[in-house]
Design a protein around this ligand. Structure first.
Ligand code: COA
Length: 382
């Protein structure tokens, strides 16, 4: 497409905005790979730390690299005192995504300047953002419950385990820590989606990584994107039982209401992350006990796919994630912040790619407004 292109592509659907070697999707075969590795293998064998390294560097880390990365990340977990003071000023009923977006941008104000193109500066920001976002989410969660934030532990706790520790003040069991760890792996990157594009657009202006990640968080908050996961759980709770599913769904079909957790701009089959989250859920429910809302979800999937499957509408990543998070005891409005904690790894890999071959984003438009009008004095307007 050139600057003169006149054909509008609503939502830029399918228009390539960059060359990228980070993740790959085949929307009809239901394939997702990070740096060429299938998501199913990473979910089974990898960890969030290893995946974050892979996304940034393009290769799986050696043992020494992974240990060093885990130590470096852990060293960046604690928040500046000023930022903690700022978190205390938010209303207790604020949406945690507003808090996370503001605090991530504010973190940049407490950090050294990041010179665009400087690898060392970028590496520091990468560690700081990935490590500090869970600390922000956990600190605000505790504050709104009327509790004091818990200081992070060192590299003896994984990224996922330390986050759960900072929320509750006690170390999580292995099942909880591994479940969250896998969920973070599954959410870590997903090609040129709205939030990744937003982050790359901001970074393309040579703004800093803190501003750019904050922009990504803002885009992720929307219910058509990451904000869908908390709404899925709200819908399932409204439905309440398996018997109510069909009537509830029929009403949505009649009114052409969007059913949250279904449909995707790229996938026209069931999202591979959705399968992986179900496997994760099944393993967790087998150990921790069944959760009735899962039966409601399975029935809703059946009814929606029966009606809309032919249109390529199937469960996406947000459909089962909330059920898993709820079983971990996480509050519904923290589901999207947890998505953001994971996606930070992908966003930062994309910023790094943008940095290496930057071109300011400046799309065109098709102007459809008035032209060449004469100014009308205020007393002559009707
Ligand atoms: N429930 C019911 N109908 C849906 C639907 C859903 N979740 N998603 C899409 N559709 C229908 C639309 O109503 C539209 O029908 P029409 O052709 O009869 O008008 C058609 O499918 C195309 O939808 P559209 O929204 O234009 O497609 P898109 O490619 O822009 O949609 C999403 C992608 C993700 C925005 C959309 O599927 C959606 O809103 N899903 C719900 C939110 C969600 O779960 N988001 C998380 C994405 S990971």
């Amino acid at each position: 497409m050139t600057a003169e292109a006149k054909q509008l592509v609503p939502g830029l659907a399918g228009v390539p905005a960059a060359e990228s070697a980070i993740s790959y999707i085949d929307g009809t075969a239901g394939v997702l790979e990070y740096r060429g590795y299938p998501i199913e293998q990473l979910a089974e064998k990898s960890t969030f730390e290893e995946t974050a390294w892979l996304l940034m560097h393009g290769e799986l880390p050696t043992k020494a690299q992974l240990d060093g990365f885990a130590r470096d990340l852990a060293a960046q977990r604690a928040l500046p005192e000023g930022l903690v003071a700022m978190l205390r000023t938010f209303p207790k009923d604020a949406h945690p995504m507003h808090v996370l977006q503001s605090a991530t941008a504010a973190l940049g104000a407490f950090e050294r300047d990041v010179r665009f193109g400087d690898e060392e500066d970028f590496r520091h920001a990468w560690l700081r953002i990935v490590a500090a976002m869970p600390s922000i989410v956990a600190a605000y969660e505790r504050m709104r419950r009327g509790q004091e934030p818990v200081a992070p532990k060192g590299p003896e706790l994984s990224h996922a385990a330390n986050f759960l520790y900072m929320l509750d003040g006690s170390e999580p069991d292995e099942i909880a820590a591994r479940t969250l760890d896998v969920a973070l792996v599954l959410h870590a990157d997903h090609t040129m989606n709205a939030s990744t594009f937003a982050a790359r657009v901001v970074y393309g202006t040579n703004a800093g990584p803190y501003d750019s990640i904050s922009a990504g968080i803002g885009a992720l908050h929307g219910p058509l994107h990451g904000g869908a996961n908390e709404r899925v759980l709200q819908s399932l709770e409204t439905i309440g039982s398996v018997e109510n599913v069909r009537a509830w769904a029929e009403k949505q079909f009649e009114t052409k209401g969007k059913i949250m957790g279904f449909g995707h701009r790229v996938y026209k089959v069931k999202d591979p992350r959705s399968f992986a989250l179900q496997t994760l859920g099944d393993q967790m429910f087998a150990k921790l006990g069944h959760t009735p809302i899962y039966d409601v979800a399975l029935e809703l999937e059946k009814v929606v796919v029966e009606r809309l499957g032919d249109k390529g509408i199937h469960p996406n990543v947000d459909f089962f994630s909330g059920i898993v998070y709820q079983k971990l005891g996480l509050p519904t409005d923290q589901f999207t912040p947890i998505f953001a904690i994971a996606r930070a790894a992908g966003w930062l890999a994309h910023l790094h790619e943008q940095m290496q071959d930057n071109k300011l984003f400046r799309p065109g438009q098709i102007y459809v407004g008035e032209r060449e009008r004469d100014y009308v004095a205020i007393d002559q307007r009707v």
